[in-house]
Design a protein around this ligand. Structure first.
Ligand code: PMP
Length: 417
Protein backbone atom coordinates (compact mmCIF):
# COMPACT_ATOMS: atom_id res chain seq x y z
CA UNK A 1 0.00 0.00 0.00
CA UNK A 2 1.39 3.40 -0.90
CA UNK A 3 2.09 5.52 2.09
CA UNK A 4 2.08 8.98 0.57
CA UNK A 5 2.92 11.55 3.21
CA UNK A 6 2.50 15.04 1.99
CA UNK A 7 4.92 17.89 2.15
CA UNK A 8 2.91 20.27 4.28
CA UNK A 9 5.65 22.85 4.75
CA UNK A 10 6.34 25.78 2.54
CA UNK A 11 8.03 24.80 -0.72
CA UNK A 12 9.22 27.87 -2.60
CA UNK A 13 6.33 29.69 -0.95
CA UNK A 14 3.83 27.08 -2.15
CA UNK A 15 1.64 25.08 0.21
CA UNK A 16 1.66 21.81 -1.74
CA UNK A 17 -0.90 20.18 0.53
CA UNK A 18 -3.33 23.02 -0.13
CA UNK A 19 -2.62 22.93 -3.86
CA UNK A 20 -3.28 19.19 -3.90
CA UNK A 21 -6.76 19.75 -2.45
CA UNK A 22 -7.56 21.48 -5.75
CA UNK A 23 -6.94 18.18 -7.61
CA UNK A 24 -9.49 15.52 -6.60
CA UNK A 25 -7.87 12.96 -8.93
CA UNK A 26 -4.72 12.93 -6.80
CA UNK A 27 -6.73 11.62 -3.82
CA UNK A 28 -8.27 8.71 -5.69
CA UNK A 29 -7.32 5.18 -4.84
CA UNK A 30 -7.46 2.16 -7.12
CA UNK A 31 -7.55 -1.26 -5.42
CA UNK A 32 -6.83 0.53 -2.14
CA UNK A 33 -3.71 2.22 -3.44
CA UNK A 34 -3.33 5.93 -3.89
CA UNK A 35 -2.62 7.16 -7.41
CA UNK A 36 0.90 8.48 -8.00
CA UNK A 37 0.55 10.45 -11.19
CA UNK A 38 3.87 10.94 -12.96
CA UNK A 39 2.57 11.40 -16.51
CA UNK A 40 1.87 15.12 -16.63
CA UNK A 41 3.88 15.55 -19.85
CA UNK A 42 1.19 13.44 -21.59
CA UNK A 43 -1.67 15.31 -19.96
CA UNK A 44 -2.08 17.06 -16.63
CA UNK A 45 -4.63 16.63 -13.88
CA UNK A 46 -7.33 19.29 -13.60
CA UNK A 47 -7.93 21.81 -10.82
CA UNK A 48 -11.46 21.41 -9.46
CA UNK A 49 -12.34 25.05 -9.98
CA UNK A 50 -11.64 24.70 -13.72
CA UNK A 51 -14.00 21.73 -13.99
CA UNK A 52 -16.57 23.51 -11.76
CA UNK A 53 -16.52 26.40 -14.22
CA UNK A 54 -17.02 24.02 -17.16
CA UNK A 55 -19.90 22.26 -15.39
CA UNK A 56 -21.50 25.53 -14.33
CA UNK A 57 -21.21 26.97 -17.84
CA UNK A 58 -22.75 23.88 -19.45
CA UNK A 59 -25.57 23.58 -16.89
CA UNK A 60 -26.40 27.21 -16.09
CA UNK A 61 -24.97 29.56 -18.70
CA UNK A 62 -24.71 27.53 -21.90
CA UNK A 63 -25.29 29.34 -25.20
CA UNK A 64 -23.31 29.88 -28.36
CA UNK A 65 -21.28 33.10 -28.33
CA UNK A 66 -21.71 35.85 -30.93
CA UNK A 67 -25.53 35.83 -31.13
CA UNK A 68 -27.64 38.68 -29.85
CA UNK A 69 -29.71 37.10 -27.06
CA UNK A 70 -28.63 37.76 -23.51
CA UNK A 71 -27.29 34.27 -22.77
CA UNK A 72 -25.14 34.51 -25.86
CA UNK A 73 -23.91 37.98 -24.92
CA UNK A 74 -22.75 36.64 -21.55
CA UNK A 75 -20.98 33.72 -23.29
CA UNK A 76 -19.33 36.15 -25.74
CA UNK A 77 -18.12 38.25 -22.81
CA UNK A 78 -16.64 35.21 -21.07
CA UNK A 79 -14.96 34.01 -24.26
CA UNK A 80 -13.47 37.48 -24.84
CA UNK A 81 -12.27 37.54 -21.22
CA UNK A 82 -10.57 34.15 -21.65
CA UNK A 83 -8.75 35.45 -24.74
CA UNK A 84 -7.62 38.60 -22.89
CA UNK A 85 -6.42 36.53 -19.92
CA UNK A 86 -4.44 34.27 -22.27
CA UNK A 87 -2.92 37.31 -24.03
CA UNK A 88 -1.79 38.77 -20.66
CA UNK A 89 -0.53 35.37 -19.51
CA UNK A 90 1.72 35.15 -22.60
CA UNK A 91 2.70 38.81 -22.67
CA UNK A 92 1.15 39.21 -26.14
CA UNK A 93 0.75 42.75 -27.44
CA UNK A 94 -2.95 42.23 -28.05
CA UNK A 95 -5.65 39.60 -27.64
CA UNK A 96 -5.90 39.66 -31.45
CA UNK A 97 -2.64 37.70 -31.43
CA UNK A 98 -4.29 34.76 -29.62
CA UNK A 99 -5.92 32.11 -31.82
CA UNK A 100 -7.72 29.29 -30.04
CA UNK A 101 -7.44 25.87 -31.64
CA UNK A 102 -8.32 22.33 -30.60
CA UNK A 103 -4.79 21.50 -29.43
CA UNK A 104 -1.10 22.05 -30.05
CA UNK A 105 -1.20 19.64 -33.00
CA UNK A 106 -3.88 21.73 -34.68
CA UNK A 107 -1.98 24.95 -33.91
CA UNK A 108 1.15 23.55 -35.61
CA UNK A 109 -0.96 22.40 -38.56
CA UNK A 110 -2.38 25.92 -38.84
CA UNK A 111 1.12 27.30 -39.31
CA UNK A 112 2.43 24.47 -41.51
CA UNK A 113 -0.79 24.37 -43.57
CA UNK A 114 -0.72 28.15 -44.02
CA UNK A 115 2.89 28.04 -45.18
CA UNK A 116 2.03 25.23 -47.58
CA UNK A 117 -0.77 27.30 -49.09
CA UNK A 118 1.13 30.41 -50.02
CA UNK A 119 4.44 30.86 -48.22
CA UNK A 120 6.43 27.83 -49.48
CA UNK A 121 7.46 26.88 -52.99
CA UNK A 122 9.77 24.44 -54.72
CA UNK A 123 13.40 24.93 -53.66
CA UNK A 124 12.47 26.45 -50.26
CA UNK A 125 13.40 24.75 -46.99
CA UNK A 126 11.80 24.25 -43.60
CA UNK A 127 14.22 23.68 -40.72
CA UNK A 128 13.33 21.62 -37.64
CA UNK A 129 15.47 19.82 -35.03
CA UNK A 130 16.17 16.13 -34.40
CA UNK A 131 14.33 16.35 -31.06
CA UNK A 132 10.85 17.04 -32.33
CA UNK A 133 7.59 15.36 -31.39
CA UNK A 134 5.82 13.79 -34.38
CA UNK A 135 3.36 16.72 -34.15
CA UNK A 136 6.19 19.04 -35.18
CA UNK A 137 7.54 16.76 -37.91
CA UNK A 138 4.62 15.33 -39.88
CA UNK A 139 2.71 18.61 -40.54
CA UNK A 140 5.92 20.04 -42.06
CA UNK A 141 6.52 16.88 -44.09
CA UNK A 142 3.01 17.22 -45.52
CA UNK A 143 3.55 20.93 -46.21
CA UNK A 144 6.86 20.19 -47.95
CA UNK A 145 5.41 17.35 -50.04
CA UNK A 146 2.58 19.56 -51.26
CA UNK A 147 4.68 22.66 -51.94
CA UNK A 148 7.86 21.03 -53.25
CA UNK A 149 9.90 22.45 -50.36
CA UNK A 150 12.49 20.39 -48.47
CA UNK A 151 12.56 19.52 -44.77
CA UNK A 152 15.98 19.85 -43.15
CA UNK A 153 16.92 18.73 -39.64
CA UNK A 154 19.39 20.22 -37.17
CA UNK A 155 21.32 17.47 -35.36
CA UNK A 156 21.68 16.97 -31.61
CA UNK A 157 24.59 15.57 -29.61
CA UNK A 158 24.50 12.52 -27.29
CA UNK A 159 23.31 14.72 -24.39
CA UNK A 160 20.30 15.79 -26.41
CA UNK A 161 21.69 19.28 -27.02
CA UNK A 162 21.38 21.24 -30.24
CA UNK A 163 24.59 21.90 -32.09
CA UNK A 164 24.24 25.67 -32.51
CA UNK A 165 27.04 25.86 -35.09
CA UNK A 166 25.28 23.36 -37.40
CA UNK A 167 22.00 25.15 -36.76
CA UNK A 168 23.49 28.47 -37.83
CA UNK A 169 25.01 26.90 -40.94
CA UNK A 170 21.64 25.38 -41.87
CA UNK A 171 19.98 28.82 -41.77
CA UNK A 172 20.49 29.56 -45.45
CA UNK A 173 18.48 31.93 -47.61
CA UNK A 174 16.41 28.92 -48.74
CA UNK A 175 14.91 28.48 -45.25
CA UNK A 176 11.47 30.07 -45.06
CA UNK A 177 10.58 29.02 -41.50
CA UNK A 178 12.26 27.34 -38.54
CA UNK A 179 10.16 25.23 -36.14
CA UNK A 180 11.42 23.71 -32.90
CA UNK A 181 10.35 22.75 -29.39
CA UNK A 182 10.90 25.08 -26.48
CA UNK A 183 11.70 22.01 -24.35
CA UNK A 184 11.95 18.38 -25.39
CA UNK A 185 8.95 16.21 -24.50
CA UNK A 186 11.15 13.10 -24.64
CA UNK A 187 14.26 14.19 -22.74
CA UNK A 188 13.10 17.30 -20.92
CA UNK A 189 16.00 19.52 -21.94
CA UNK A 190 15.43 23.18 -22.68
CA UNK A 191 16.59 24.34 -26.08
CA UNK A 192 18.55 27.60 -26.33
CA UNK A 193 15.46 29.18 -27.83
CA UNK A 194 16.45 32.81 -27.47
CA UNK A 195 19.75 32.26 -29.29
CA UNK A 196 18.02 30.10 -31.92
CA UNK A 197 15.36 32.75 -32.52
CA UNK A 198 17.86 35.58 -32.76
CA UNK A 199 20.12 33.62 -35.14
CA UNK A 200 17.11 32.97 -37.41
CA UNK A 201 16.06 36.63 -37.21
CA UNK A 202 19.55 37.77 -38.24
CA UNK A 203 18.82 35.99 -41.53
CA UNK A 204 15.25 37.36 -41.66
CA UNK A 205 13.69 33.90 -41.05
CA UNK A 206 10.48 33.58 -38.98
CA UNK A 207 10.32 31.08 -36.10
CA UNK A 208 7.58 28.84 -34.71
CA UNK A 209 8.18 27.49 -31.21
CA UNK A 210 6.33 24.37 -30.05
CA UNK A 211 5.73 25.23 -26.40
CA UNK A 212 3.64 22.13 -25.52
CA UNK A 213 6.09 21.08 -22.80
CA UNK A 214 7.26 24.53 -21.73
CA UNK A 215 4.10 26.59 -21.19
CA UNK A 216 2.90 24.28 -18.35
CA UNK A 217 6.17 24.65 -16.45
CA UNK A 218 7.49 28.17 -16.69
CA UNK A 219 6.28 31.71 -17.30
CA UNK A 220 6.59 32.34 -21.04
CA UNK A 221 6.67 35.84 -22.44
CA UNK A 222 6.23 36.51 -26.13
CA UNK A 223 8.05 39.86 -26.02
CA UNK A 224 11.10 38.25 -24.44
CA UNK A 225 11.09 35.28 -26.83
CA UNK A 226 10.20 37.40 -29.86
CA UNK A 227 9.17 34.35 -31.94
CA UNK A 228 6.64 34.78 -34.74
CA UNK A 229 4.46 31.85 -33.60
CA UNK A 230 4.11 29.91 -30.33
CA UNK A 231 1.90 26.82 -29.89
CA UNK A 232 0.69 24.72 -26.97
CA UNK A 233 -2.18 22.60 -25.61
CA UNK A 234 -4.36 23.53 -22.65
CA UNK A 235 -4.84 19.93 -21.52
CA UNK A 236 -1.18 19.64 -20.49
CA UNK A 237 -1.55 22.56 -18.09
CA UNK A 238 -4.89 21.98 -16.37
CA UNK A 239 -7.55 22.98 -18.87
CA UNK A 240 -10.18 20.61 -20.27
CA UNK A 241 -9.03 18.73 -23.37
CA UNK A 242 -9.82 20.13 -26.81
CA UNK A 243 -8.25 23.57 -26.33
CA UNK A 244 -5.03 24.74 -27.94
CA UNK A 245 -3.38 28.08 -28.45
CA UNK A 246 -1.61 29.58 -31.41
CA UNK A 247 0.07 32.87 -30.57
CA UNK A 248 1.11 34.76 -33.69
CA UNK A 249 2.59 38.20 -34.21
CA UNK A 250 -0.10 40.42 -35.76
CA UNK A 251 1.65 40.86 -39.12
CA UNK A 252 2.24 37.11 -39.41
CA UNK A 253 -1.34 36.16 -38.59
CA UNK A 254 -2.37 38.63 -41.29
CA UNK A 255 0.05 37.10 -43.79
CA UNK A 256 -0.69 33.43 -42.97
CA UNK A 257 -3.45 31.86 -45.14
CA UNK A 258 -6.36 30.35 -43.12
CA UNK A 259 -6.30 26.73 -42.05
CA UNK A 260 -9.92 25.72 -42.55
CA UNK A 261 -12.88 27.27 -44.27
CA UNK A 262 -16.30 27.60 -42.66
CA UNK A 263 -18.50 29.85 -40.61
CA UNK A 264 -17.05 32.80 -38.68
CA UNK A 265 -13.70 32.85 -40.48
CA UNK A 266 -15.18 34.87 -43.36
CA UNK A 267 -16.79 38.33 -43.07
CA UNK A 268 -18.66 37.97 -46.31
CA UNK A 269 -19.30 34.99 -48.56
CA UNK A 270 -20.33 35.00 -52.21
CA UNK A 271 -20.21 32.11 -54.67
CA UNK A 272 -17.15 33.75 -56.18
CA UNK A 273 -15.05 34.12 -53.02
CA UNK A 274 -15.08 34.73 -49.29
CA UNK A 275 -13.81 37.93 -47.69
CA UNK A 276 -11.74 36.67 -44.81
CA UNK A 277 -12.30 37.81 -41.24
CA UNK A 278 -9.41 39.51 -39.45
CA UNK A 279 -7.19 37.40 -37.18
CA UNK A 280 -7.79 35.66 -34.83
CA UNK A 281 -11.24 34.86 -36.28
CA UNK A 282 -9.69 34.01 -39.66
CA UNK A 283 -8.33 30.84 -38.04
CA UNK A 284 -11.35 29.89 -35.94
CA UNK A 285 -13.75 28.30 -38.43
CA UNK A 286 -16.97 26.68 -37.20
CA UNK A 287 -18.14 26.11 -33.67
CA UNK A 288 -15.16 26.28 -31.34
CA UNK A 289 -14.91 24.39 -28.00
CA UNK A 290 -16.05 27.65 -26.40
CA UNK A 291 -17.08 26.15 -23.02
CA UNK A 292 -13.62 24.58 -22.66
CA UNK A 293 -11.97 27.86 -23.70
CA UNK A 294 -14.01 29.74 -21.08
CA UNK A 295 -12.92 27.20 -18.44
CA UNK A 296 -9.33 27.79 -19.63
CA UNK A 297 -9.84 31.41 -18.53
CA UNK A 298 -10.47 30.07 -15.01
CA UNK A 299 -7.28 27.99 -15.30
CA UNK A 300 -5.28 31.14 -16.10
CA UNK A 301 -6.69 32.79 -12.93
CA UNK A 302 -5.60 29.72 -10.95
CA UNK A 303 -2.08 29.67 -12.44
CA UNK A 304 -1.67 33.39 -11.77
CA UNK A 305 -2.81 32.86 -8.20
CA UNK A 306 -0.37 30.05 -7.42
CA UNK A 307 2.33 31.91 -9.40
CA UNK A 308 4.26 30.11 -12.13
CA UNK A 309 7.58 31.54 -10.95
CA UNK A 310 7.07 29.58 -7.73
CA UNK A 311 5.78 26.41 -9.39
CA UNK A 312 8.78 26.47 -11.73
CA UNK A 313 11.22 26.64 -8.81
CA UNK A 314 9.41 23.91 -6.91
CA UNK A 315 9.33 21.64 -9.99
CA UNK A 316 13.06 22.22 -10.48
CA UNK A 317 13.65 21.06 -6.91
CA UNK A 318 11.55 17.96 -7.51
CA UNK A 319 13.51 17.25 -10.68
CA UNK A 320 16.92 17.48 -9.02
CA UNK A 321 15.68 15.39 -6.08
CA UNK A 322 14.37 12.71 -8.46
CA UNK A 323 17.52 12.83 -10.63
CA UNK A 324 19.77 12.31 -7.60
CA UNK A 325 17.70 9.42 -6.29
CA UNK A 326 17.26 7.67 -9.63
CA UNK A 327 20.92 8.02 -10.67
CA UNK A 328 21.85 5.93 -7.62
CA UNK A 329 19.75 3.02 -8.87
CA UNK A 330 21.94 0.37 -10.47
CA UNK A 331 21.48 -0.14 -14.24
CA UNK A 332 19.35 3.00 -14.72
CA UNK A 333 20.64 5.21 -17.55
CA UNK A 334 19.07 8.66 -17.58
CA UNK A 335 18.99 10.18 -21.07
CA UNK A 336 19.10 13.90 -21.83
CA UNK A 337 21.43 15.06 -19.12
CA UNK A 338 21.92 18.64 -20.27
CA UNK A 339 21.96 21.33 -17.57
CA UNK A 340 18.62 23.04 -17.96
CA UNK A 341 15.62 20.74 -18.01
CA UNK A 342 11.91 20.60 -17.49
CA UNK A 343 10.56 18.18 -14.83
CA UNK A 344 10.94 15.15 -17.08
CA UNK A 345 13.13 12.13 -16.37
CA UNK A 346 13.57 9.66 -19.21
CA UNK A 347 15.67 6.56 -18.83
CA UNK A 348 16.28 3.02 -19.89
CA UNK A 349 17.38 0.14 -17.71
CA UNK A 350 20.21 -2.05 -18.92
CA UNK A 351 19.05 -5.62 -19.40
CA UNK A 352 15.41 -4.89 -18.59
CA UNK A 353 12.26 -4.30 -20.60
CA UNK A 354 10.89 -0.83 -19.82
CA UNK A 355 7.37 -1.91 -20.84
CA UNK A 356 7.51 -4.55 -18.08
CA UNK A 357 8.77 -1.93 -15.64
CA UNK A 358 5.93 0.40 -16.63
CA UNK A 359 3.44 -2.43 -15.97
CA UNK A 360 5.08 -3.33 -12.63
CA UNK A 361 4.98 0.28 -11.40
CA UNK A 362 1.32 0.50 -12.28
CA UNK A 363 0.22 -2.91 -10.99
CA UNK A 364 2.17 -2.88 -7.75
CA UNK A 365 2.23 0.80 -6.80
CA UNK A 366 -0.41 2.54 -8.90
CA UNK A 367 2.29 4.76 -10.39
CA UNK A 368 1.39 6.23 -13.78
CA UNK A 369 4.36 6.72 -16.12
CA UNK A 370 4.84 6.24 -19.83
CA UNK A 371 7.20 3.86 -21.64
CA UNK A 372 7.79 3.56 -25.37
CA UNK A 373 9.02 5.66 -28.28
CA UNK A 374 7.45 8.77 -26.69
CA UNK A 375 6.11 9.90 -30.09
CA UNK A 376 9.66 10.67 -31.16
CA UNK A 377 10.69 7.68 -33.28
CA UNK A 378 13.45 9.55 -35.17
CA UNK A 379 14.98 10.67 -31.84
CA UNK A 380 14.94 7.10 -30.44
CA UNK A 381 16.88 5.98 -33.54
CA UNK A 382 19.49 8.67 -32.91
CA UNK A 383 19.76 7.70 -29.24
CA UNK A 384 20.05 4.04 -30.23
CA UNK A 385 17.23 2.84 -27.97
CA UNK A 386 13.84 1.34 -28.90
CA UNK A 387 12.18 3.48 -26.26
CA UNK A 388 12.47 5.16 -22.88
CA UNK A 389 10.51 5.20 -19.67
CA UNK A 390 9.43 8.74 -18.88
CA UNK A 391 8.39 10.04 -15.48
CA UNK A 392 7.11 13.59 -15.69
CA UNK A 393 6.28 15.80 -12.72
CA UNK A 394 4.18 18.78 -11.92
CA UNK A 395 3.85 21.19 -9.00
CA UNK A 396 1.21 18.88 -7.50
CA UNK A 397 3.73 16.05 -7.02
CA UNK A 398 5.73 15.52 -3.84
CA UNK A 399 9.15 14.22 -2.82
CA UNK A 400 7.37 11.36 -1.04
CA UNK A 401 5.87 10.23 -4.34
CA UNK A 402 9.33 10.35 -5.91
CA UNK A 403 10.68 8.20 -3.06
CA UNK A 404 8.03 5.56 -3.71
CA UNK A 405 8.70 5.71 -7.46
CA UNK A 406 12.50 5.37 -7.25
CA UNK A 407 12.28 2.61 -4.63
CA UNK A 408 9.82 0.72 -6.83
CA UNK A 409 12.20 1.01 -9.83
CA UNK A 410 15.04 -0.35 -7.65
CA UNK A 411 12.83 -3.20 -6.41
CA UNK A 412 11.93 -4.19 -9.97
CA UNK A 413 15.58 -4.27 -11.02
CA UNK A 414 16.77 -6.17 -7.92
CA UNK A 415 14.09 -8.79 -8.30
CA UNK A 416 14.83 -9.12 -12.05
CA UNK A 417 11.10 -9.04 -12.84
N1 PMP B 1 4.45 18.94 -29.19
C1 PMP B 1 4.97 18.39 -28.09
C2 PMP B 1 6.37 18.72 -27.70
C3 PMP B 1 4.20 17.51 -27.32
O1 PMP B 1 4.73 16.96 -26.22
C4 PMP B 1 2.88 17.20 -27.74
C5 PMP B 1 2.00 16.24 -26.95
N2 PMP B 1 2.64 15.18 -26.37
C6 PMP B 1 2.40 17.83 -28.88
C7 PMP B 1 3.20 18.69 -29.59
C8 PMP B 1 1.01 17.56 -29.37
O2 PMP B 1 0.07 18.00 -28.45
P1 PMP B 1 -1.46 17.56 -28.57
O3 PMP B 1 -1.49 16.10 -28.71
O4 PMP B 1 -2.06 18.06 -27.29
O5 PMP B 1 -2.02 18.26 -29.76
Amino acid sequence: MNDVKFATGENQGLDILKIRTEFPMLHKTINGKQIIYLDSAATSQKPKRVMDKLYQFYLEEYAKPNESHSLSQKATQELDDARKKMADFLGAKSDKEIVFSRGCTESINMVAGGFERGLLKEGDEVLITALEHHANIVPWQLACTQSGAKLTVTPINERGEIDLASYETALTSKVKIVAFSHTSHALGNKLPVKEMISLAHKKGIPVMVDGAQAAPHMPVNMQELDCEFYTFSGHKMGSPSGVGVLYGKKEWLEKLPPYEGGADMAKEVTFEKPTLADPPKKFEAGTMPFAEIIATGTLIDFLNEIDMHKTEQYEQELLSYATQKLSKVDRVRIMGTSGEKEPVLSFHVEGHDIKKLERFLNDEYNIDVRAGDLTAQPLMKILGVPGLLRASFSYYNTREEIDIFTEAVAEFIQNKK
